[in-house]
Design a protein around this ligand. Sequence first.
Ligand code: MG
Length: 177
Amino acid sequence: MTQTTAPTDSPRPAFRIGHGYDLHRLEPRPPEGPGRPLILGAVELEHDRGPVSHSDGDAVLHAVTDALLGALGEPDIGQLFPDTDPQWEGASSDQFLLEAATRVGSAGYRVSNLDITVILERPKLLPVKDRIRQNLARLIGVDARLVNIKGKTHEKVDAVGENRAVEVHAVVLLERV
Ligand code: MG
């Protein structure tokens, strides 16, 4: 792993806000095999398409990881876990978020709350929202009531609306411990 860190003389305000964004292209899964399944928030969804990705393509975990790193002013997920590194080929994205959460604690902060919007044409997110919430809370080490997830469609327009991509936005607030 790249040992890149923020400057040690970084200021430590009482609160820090971070935004994370991710998009993965969704491709039909090959008929001869399962292909890469669609995984969001460490939950596998039933879908005839899967993400094009170096790692497992979990756009929720990627966006949340970047929100935490962004709040800290640390290098982003692509810098810490480059998609040119064979170490991360097919990797479970849990470890990316765990690393970001560790950095939050090391910097002397904790998560106040986390709000996520998933934009996906299908399937509906509602049946798995609570599982995603529980997974995120466990990985970050916070009460699940501090994690919120909203599911939206893209109203059938553009790539996301045509079911050719999944898009995720995440906003996090950190408070100084
Ligand atoms: Mg990603």
